[in-house]
Design a protein around this ligand. Structure first.
Ligand code: ACM
Length: 466
C-alpha cells in the first residue's frame, strides 16, 4: 500500500496512506497542530507529516488520541519510553495517514475482582489499551472472590468483601491454597481518577457489578443478601452456589449500589453481569431485568452477559455481551438488542497460549496468537463491536496479566480496528520487528513468540486445560 519506509509498521495499519518523498524532521518539543472536524467518521483522523511540521485533523478527541498513537508508532520504539532518551529530531517518513476504526466498541475486560490490581496497575493497563487504540475498559469489579468499589452506604462491602483468607492455586477442584490473604479496593476518588485518566486517552470505563450470581463476596459482607447464611469471601475458583436472594430488600440494596456507581462512572453503559447463576429461578431472572430497568430509568444502558436473554424482556437498549457462542449474538440481535461480541472460544485471553507443558497455569482452550488474529467477527446492524476478556483467576500479578494479554491483545486490536482481510504472515513479522520492541520499551512482559521465559513458567501448578 505504501512505499514510505515505516508505514508498514503501523499497528493497526492505516486504511489509507498518501506517501510523500523523503523524511521529515520533528523537533521533540514540537506539539502537532490539532483541528477537530466532526464530518470525519467517528474516532477517525488524518495525520499529515510534512517538512513544516505535523498536523492532525480528527473527528473528535478520541480520533486525535489515535493520531497521536500513530505518530508515536512512526517515531519508533523510543517514543514508548517514559522519558525522552532520544537526541536530536525525530526522523519521520513524510506523508499522510487517514484512518478510522471498523468497530465503535473495541473493549477489553480486566477482572480486578479475582485478583486485585492496584490503581497504578489499572492506569498502566489503560495506557496499554490506548496504545492499541482500544476504547472501552470493562472493569469487572465484583465477584465471589472479592468486592472492589467503595460504597460508603455499605462499608462492609469493602471492609469484609474486599478481602479473602487465601486463594486457590491452579485448578478449580483441588485442595491447593496459597495460605496468604489477598484483597484490596478502590476508593471513590481512585475510581474517579481512573475514569478521568481513561477519558483523556479516548477510553470509556464501563464498570460491572455482577448480579445475581458471582456475588458471594457481597453476601459474606451482608448475609441477608443471600438469605441469611454466613459465608466467607470465596477462596476457590469456579462459580459459587451462593447467589443473591432476589427479595425486595436485596433489590433496594442494589439499587443504591448502582446509584452510587452512576455518580462515579459517567459511562453510558453499566455492566450488571447476569452470567452463570446456579439454580436460577424466574425471580432471579426478574431481578436482573429490574436492575436493567433501574439503569434505563436513569438514562444508562445495562450491559449483561448473554444469559440475561433467558429472562423476562429487558429494556430494548440493553446491550448483550455474547460470550458463550455465536448463536447468542444472533438471538440478542433478533430480540432487538445491540451486541458486543466477546466469545470465549476466540477472545478469552486467560486461556492458554499453546499446548506446551511449560505454558504457565494452563487454563481453558489453546488460543494462540494466530487464533486471535484469525478471528473474524460477524458484523451486523446490532453489533457494536468486540471485546477481549482478561479473567484473572490464574493471573495473580501484573506480570501474569502482561503475559496473558500480550501480544494477543495486539492481534485483537487489529481485529477490532482494521477492516479487510487479515494476513497472519504479514502481521507476524510486523509484530516481531516493530511492535514487540514498542512493548519492550513500555516494559510489558509479554509472552515471547516461542514460549515462556524460565521465570514465566509455573512448574508444578496444575491448571485447568480444556
Ligand atoms: C463469563 O465468562 N462468565 C462471562
Amino acid at each position: 500500500m505504501s512505499t514510505v519506509p515505516g508505514f508498514g509498521a503501523l499497528l493497526p495499519r492505516p486504511v489509507s496512506v498518501r506517501p510523500a518523498p523523503g523524511e521529515c524532521l520533528l523537533d521533540p518539543a514540537a506539539r502537532p497542530e490539532v483541528v477537530l472536524v466532526p464530518e470525519l467518521p467517528a474516532e477517525g483522523y488524518r495525520l499529515e507529516i510534512g517538512r513544516d511540521g505535523v498536523r492532525i485533523t480528527a473527528a473528535d478527541a478520541a480520533g486525535a488520541c489515535h493520531a497521536e498513537q500513530t505518530l508515536r508508532q512512526l517515531k519508533g520504539p523510543d517514543a514508548f519510553r517514559a522519558a525522552n532518551i532520544h537526541s536530536g529530531p525525530w526522523r519521520l517518513p513524510c506523508g499522510v495517514v487517514t484512518d478510522h476504526p471498523r468497530f465503535r466498541w473495541r473493549g477489553c475486560l480486566l477482572d480486578v475482582a479475582r485478583h486485585f490490581r492496584t490503581k497504578a496497575e489499572v492506569l498502566r493497563f489503560t495506557d496499554l489499551l490506548a496504545t492499541h487504540k482500544l476504547n472501552v475498559l470493562h472493569l469487572h469489579l465484583t465477584d465471589d472472590q472479592g468486592w472492589r468499589p467503595e460504597i460508603p452506604r455499605y462499608p462492609r462491602l469493602t471492609a469484609v468483601g474486599a478481602w479473602r483468607r487465601e486463594s486457590m492455586v491452579g485448578r478449580h477442584d483441588g485442595p491447593e491454597r496459597d495460605g496468604r490473604p489477598h484483597g484490596g479496593f478502590y476508593t471513590r476518588a481512585d475510581l474517579r481518577e481512573i475514569v478521568a485518566y481513561a477519558a483523556a486517552r479516548g477510553i470509556t470505563v464501563v464498570p460491572e457489578i455482577d448480579v445475581p450470581g458471582h456475588s458471594r463476596a457481597a453476601i459474606a459482607a451482608y448475609p441477608d443478601l443471600g438469605g441469611g447464611a454466613e459465608v466467607d469471601v470465596w477462596t476457590s475458583w469456579g462459580v459459587s452456589a451462593e447467589v443473591l436472594d432476589p427479595s425486595e430488600s436485596t433489590m433496594d440494596f442494589y439499587r443504591s449500589v448502582f446509584d452510587e456507581l452512576l455518580e462515579i462512572f459517567p459511562a453510558p453503559v453499566i455492566g450488571i453481569g447476569g452470567d452463570e447463576v446456579p439454580g436460577a429461578t424466574a425471580a432471579h431472572r426478574g431481578f436482573v431485568a429490574r436492575i436493567a430497568e433501574h439503569l434505563h430509568a436513569r438514562g444508562r444502558r445495562a450491559l449483561g452477559w448473554d444469559e440475561v436473554l433467558d429472562g423476562p424482556p429487558l429494556p430494548s437498549d440493553t446491550i448483550i455481551g455474547a460470550w458463550r457462542d455465536g448463536a447468542a449474538a444472533a438471538r440478542a440481535a433478533a430480540a432487538g438488542h445491540d451486541v458486543v461480541l466477546c466469545p470465549e472460544r476466540h477472545v478469552y485471553l486467560d486461556h492458554r497460549q499453546s499446548a506446551h507443558p511449560d505454558e504457565p497455569v494452563p487454563a481453558g482452550f489453546v488460543r494462540t496468537l494466530a487464533d486471535v488474529h484469525g478471528w473474524e467477527p460477524e458484523a451486523g446492524p446490532h453489533v457494536l463491536g468486540v471485546q477481549a476478556q482478561v479473567w484473572t483467576e490464574h493471573l495473580d500479578s501484573v506480570r501474569r496479566v502482561d503475559y496473558a494479554a500480550f501480544p494477543r491483545l495486539a492481534a485483537f486490536a487489529e481485529v477490532a480496528w482494521s477492516s479487510g482481510r487479515r494476513d497472519y504472515t504479514e502481521f507476524l513479522p510486523r509484530l516481531r520487528e516493530h511492535h514487540l520492541p514498542r512493548l519492550d520499551a513500555l516494559g510489558v512482559e509479554y509472552r515471547p513468540l516461542d514460549g515462556p521465559l524460565p521465570w514465566q513458567t509455573r512448574p508444578g501448578v496444575q491448571g485447568r486445560p480444556r
